[in-house]
Design a protein. Structure first.
Length: 130
């Protein structure tokens, strides 16, 4: 089993949502690191490893959550990704599939549903790392 720096990398430009999701996951025993902008998240991922990326699709910047997934994959990050979004455009879902995003969750996400998905994504991340 690969030792990772953190369990979950969260990326969401909504600070309140970012904080509440980070607290929920930390309270559930996960090591979490949250970022409100894509550049900081990518910069962190250069030197650190993480099992699951939990990203908002719309980030209020030039990059969206799938752009960040693509960047991290090119950098060699072996992680499972969960995309959370209100966006349900077919092209977005197709791109998520092409990038092998583990799960595409629609907002609003219920806390238990999020925890269950993260748990499944952690199991997937272990397979990817093996």
């Amino acid at each position: 089993m690969t030792k990772r720096d953190i369990d979950i990398l969260i990326l969401d430009d909504d600070i309140d949502l970012l904080t509440s999701v980070a607290e929920l996951l930390a309270d559930s025993g996960y090591k979490v690191k949250g970022f409100a902008d894509p550049e900081s998240a990518v910069e962190f991922a250069v030197d650190q490893t993480f099992a699951v990326g939990l990203f908002d699709f719309r980030l209020g910047s030039v990059k969206n959550g799938l752009d960040v997934v693509e960047t991290l994959q090119v950098m060699g990050a072996h992680s499972a990704y969960v995309m959370v979004t209100a966006d349900v455009e077919r092209s977005t879902q197709n791109r998520a599939q092409d990038l092998k995003v583990f799960e595409f969750m629609r907002k609003p996400v219920q806390p238990q549903e999020l925890l269950d998905t993260v748990q499944r994504a952690m199991a997937q991340a272990e397979k990817i790392a093996a």
